[in-house]
Each structure stands twice: as structure tokens, then as C-alpha cells.
Design a binder for this molecule. Structure first.
Ligand SMILES: [Fe+2]
Ligand SMILES: [Fe+2]
Length: 154
């Protein structure tokens, strides 16, 4: 069963993630992980499938009222790989490597067992950093712009 075209997978298009959607993020991680895996002669198909599904948790992360954002973030970091695995198994058949990629992509919270999972956690972290930096830069730009006198705004 193709993953990207699946209607449940398409739902990730509307779930925000750093500076885009979980859908965009997952495709970008899958592409980067694929590039690294093919260079290293690893199991490219499992890498792509696992990476596509690594964040298949299908909910919007939202801080609950009166809860510490750090604790909420940590809870999300710990729980979403398990939820992604459960969702993925509901709609797709997965092999051991693909499950390892999903469950352990939040290293050091999880510990990858196969090289394909290490490659995916590396791709995920690199892209998360870039996406998060883009978001911070975007927010700073608009904050600065709001502070400028009206006649200096382009
Ligand atoms: Fe994740
Ligand atoms: Fe991710």
C-alpha cells in the first residue's frame, strides 16, 4: 500500500510542525534519510518507509493550560513515537527496521538498533534544527517589522 497517497497520511498536511506541516517535515526527513542511506548502501526502502512514518502521530501538539511547556514537550517527545507506531501498524505492514526507525527516532529518548534508524534520527534532528531556526527567524523578522515607524516599512 503506498504511504503518501493514503488518506490518513494526507491528514498530516494540516498538522503544524516547526515552520511547516508534519507532512512536509516527514517527506523532507524521508528524502534526506534516503540520500544518506543510499550513500551508505543501507536498506533504502525501509529507510524511506520508516522515515515517512516516523511522525505519524496525527494530533496537533498543544500545551495544556497550567502545565509547564518543558514537561509537556518532554511528554510529547516520549509518547509520539509510540503513537506513530500504533497508527502506522493500523494502516501499513511494517518490517522490524521500519518499526525501529519510528520508535527510536527521538534518540536519546529511544536507542536506534539498526543503521537505518540512526540515519533517520540524524536526518530528523538536522531538519528539525533548520525548520526551528527558520521559524525563529520569521518571528524575529515580524517582531522587528512591527517596531519600525510606519514610514520605514517597505
Ligand atoms: Fe518525532
Ligand atoms: Fe520528525
Amino acid at each position: 500500500m503506498p504511504i503518501i497517497e493514503h488518506e490518513e497520511y494526507q491528514k498530516m498536511r494540516i498538522i503544524p510542525h516547526h515552520h511547516g506541516s508534519v507532512f512536509d517535515h516527514s517527506l523532507a526527513v524521508a528524502y534526506l534519510a534516503y540520500r544518506i542511506a543510499s550513500r551508505c548502501n543501507l536498506d533504502v526502502e525501509s529507510t524511506i518507509r520508516g522515515a515517512l512514518l516516523h511522525d505519524f502521530y496525527l494530533y496537533k501538539f498543544k500545551k495544556r493550560e497550567n502545565r509547564n511547556i518543558l514537561i509537556e514537550g518532554l511528554r510529547h517527545s516520549r509518547n509520539h513515537p509510540k503513537i506513530a507506531k500504533k497508527n502506522a501498524l493500523k494502516y501499513f505492514e511494517l518490517n522490524v527496521k521500519e518499526i525501529d526507525i519510528i520508535v527510536n527516532h527521538m534518540f536519546p529518548i529511544g536507542l536506534p538498533r539498526c543503521y537505518e534508524a540512526w540515519v533517520t534520527t540524524l536526518a530528523d534532528k538536522s531538519l528539525a534544527l533548520i525548520e526551528y531556526s527558520a521559524r525563529v527567524a520569521y518571528c524575529m523578522y515580524w517582531r522587528r517589522r512591527r517596531q519600525l515607524p510606519r514610514n520605514l516599512k517597505a
